[in-house]
Design a protein around this ligand. Structure first.
Ligand SMILES: [Zn+2]
Length: 312
């Protein structure tokens, strides 16, 4: 493929269930731009320092999850270069306990029994690193551009997977760095979330809009945050839309007899689900319920601080 020689890629193992993560470097006029910053482990520190093709002039973060934010603070200090990141993502990364509070509140509202909620929170605590660190961040704006050897690299705002996720697009080279927005082997699951003011984010609805945004771009190759490069974006997207339609049907069918909480629907679709997967399954199902509600195919009712859905 063309341009490969100008893109430096490193794959780093992580302690998370997702497996390894990719980071990339492309050359700019005053040094390299790093896209994502791996994970906070000694192994990642060593791998990155051996791999870096030259001094950095900026660190561009797709989002603030610990396997992407990783060593950004340290690398920014040692290279004396700024970190660019969406401001909502930055705020979240400064407040790691927020996610667990969000999980607890939404699981209870979605009908997960309290004992299970505690179990899920515990397994989440065990699976995340303490990734909080103080560092200066420059706010990245949608459409912001950076000059590189491959052409102008543009930040494309793609919320969904996380509140302020950004992809980076080089139209001249028809290349997209997709973070966790587009992946081949894992279906990116927009997790249940609250905005900073406490209202529920319609993460899956946002995600679908962001997928459509990417589908409208001319792209030859996608460099994702996990897994190999994608040269057949159209096929990956069409697989995603098929999967989406199948799951939507399943969620509707689960509501055919009576009204149910999102957790009751999740148990029908993912029987035997446990631990952290409960939150993932709940996020998937609730995302579809949000979308179906927007389309007028289901109704939402609230009773005793629990949310129920039914067919109209
Ligand atoms: Zn992520």
């Amino acid at each position: 493929m063309p341009f490969n020689s100008k893109i430096f890629q490193l794959t780093i193992p992580t302690p998370f269930p997702v497996g390894s993560v990719n980071i990339y470097a492309v050359r700019g006029p005053k040094g390299y731009y790093l896209i994502d910053a791996g994970v906070i482990t000694d192994e990642a520190r060593k791998l990155i320092s051996e791999w870096l093709p030259g001094p950095l002039s900026g660190i561009l973060l797709t989002h603030g999850h610990p396997d992407h934010l990783g060593l950004a603070g340290e690398l920014s200090k040692s290279n004396n270069c700024p970190i660019y990141m969406n401001s909502d993502e930055h705020r979240r990364s400064q407040n790691p306990s927020f996610r667990q509070r969000v999980m607890a509140v939404l699981m209870q509202k979605g009908g997960v029994p309290i004992a299970l909620v505690s179990q899920v929170i515990e397994s989440h605590q065990n699976s995340v690193q303490n990734f909080f660190s103080e560092f200066e961040v420059k706010k990245i704006l949608p459409g912001q551009q950076f000059t590189t050897d491959l052409g102008l690299l543009e930040a494309i705002y793609t919320p969904g997977h996380s509140i302020g996720h950004c992809c980076f697009y080089i139209s001249e080279s028809r290349i997209l760095f997709s973070g966790d927005h587009i992946l081949t082997s894992i279906s990116p699951n927009p997790l249940l979330d609250l905005t900073m003011d406490g209202s529920r984010r319609l993460a899956y609805v946002e995600y679908l809009n962001s997928v459509n945004k990417i589908a409208s771009l001319s792209i030859e190759r996608v460099y994702p945050g996990h897994g190999p490069a994608i040269d057949n974006l159209e096929r990956v997207l069409s697989k995603f839309y098929t999967f989406h339609a199948k799951r939507e049907k399943g969620v509707l069918a689960a509501l055919s007899d009576q009204m149910k909480t999102p957790f009751e629907v999740a148990k029908k679709i993912y029987p035997g689900v446990k631990d952290l997967d409960i939150f993932l399954a709940l996020s998937r199902v609730w995302g579809h319920l949000d979308l179906l509600e927007k389309q007028g195919k289901v109704l939402c009712l609230e009773k005793d601080n629990l949310v129920y859905y039914c067919q109209p």
